[in-house]
Design a protein around this ligand. Structure first.
Ligand code: 6GU
Length: 236
């Protein structure tokens, strides 16, 4: 998979060198480029923002640098009104709190793409014509407001990349994760059998795999009912 990020803060993407993402890059599973939006400005001050039409607080990112950036980064493969899944072209994503919600299902869908481009806005957002012209998706990572799209893009990328073939070790698996089964995961334990006066549930040390599976299922349901009742079908 190829990933491009366009941002005025390239330093935000230092974590792409680390851990899972760094290893995936070393192995060649992942090809990453981070682009400074100011490269596509055309004035001495390298201006990327301007005040909003209609008034209001804060500044809006100007469309022209974004247009030039996306023309270059996509290699001109985008179209005026974006069509679905032309093979070989990038899927262009604008992280925004006004987007559709990111979830495990969308992560799995994005993991099937060969190429993602994240357009990371700052200030009060990007002139809406940029998304109209270029974006396949405008996506929010949750119901709160961040100062910019950079961290949101990293969140999405971490969720997507761990689903790529060969990224998680053999011992691990994405299959039992919270949400992929539609429920929260059961609690897990390792040695020692007692720590700070707290034991490990006996069933997990029983060797009875049927009983262990049943216990985990029950714990998943309990947790989900307590913490995320919205994930369960309506009672009754
Ligand atoms: Cl994608 N961007 C920003 N700035 N804030 C957010 C978000 C994205 N998702 C939730 N809050």
């Amino acid at each position: 998979m190829r990933l491009d990020f366009v941002t005025i803060f390239p330093d935000y993407f230092a974590p792409l060198e680390l851990s899972l993402l760094g290893k995936a890059r070393e192995r060649g599973t992942l090809e990453v480029a981070v682009h400074d939006l100011r490269k596509w400005t055309d004035d001495v001050h390298r201006t990327v923002d301007d005040s909003p039409y209609g008034g209001g607080p804060g500044m809006i990112m100007k469309p022209e640098p974004w247009g030039r950036a996306l023309q270059e980064v996509t290699g001109g493969t985008a179209v005026a009104h974006r069509e679905p899944a032309q093979s070989g072209r990038a899927r262009v994503i604008v992280p925004t709190p006004a987007g559709r919600p990111f979830d495990q299902q969308l992560a799995a869908e994005l993991a099937g793409e060969p190429w993602l481009i994240f357009c990371c806005g700052r200030y009060e957002g990007i002139d809406a014509r940029v998304a109209e012209r270029w974006a396949d998706d405008e996506i929010s990572i949750g119901d709160y407001v961040l100062a910019g799209g950079e961290v949101a893009a990293l969140v999405m990328v971490e969720a997507v990349v761990r689903l790529l073939p060969g990224v998680l070790g053999n011992a691990e698996s994405a299959g039992d994760d919270s949400f992929s089964a539609g429920l929260l995961e059961a609690p897990s334990y390792t040695r020692p059998p007692e720590w700070e006066g707290i034991g490990v549930p006996d069933v997990l040390r029983s060797g009875d795999h049927g009983a262990i599976a049943a216990w985990r299922r029950e714990q998943s349901l309990l947790r989900t009912r307590m913490r995320r009742p919205d994930l369960l079908p309506p009672a009754g």
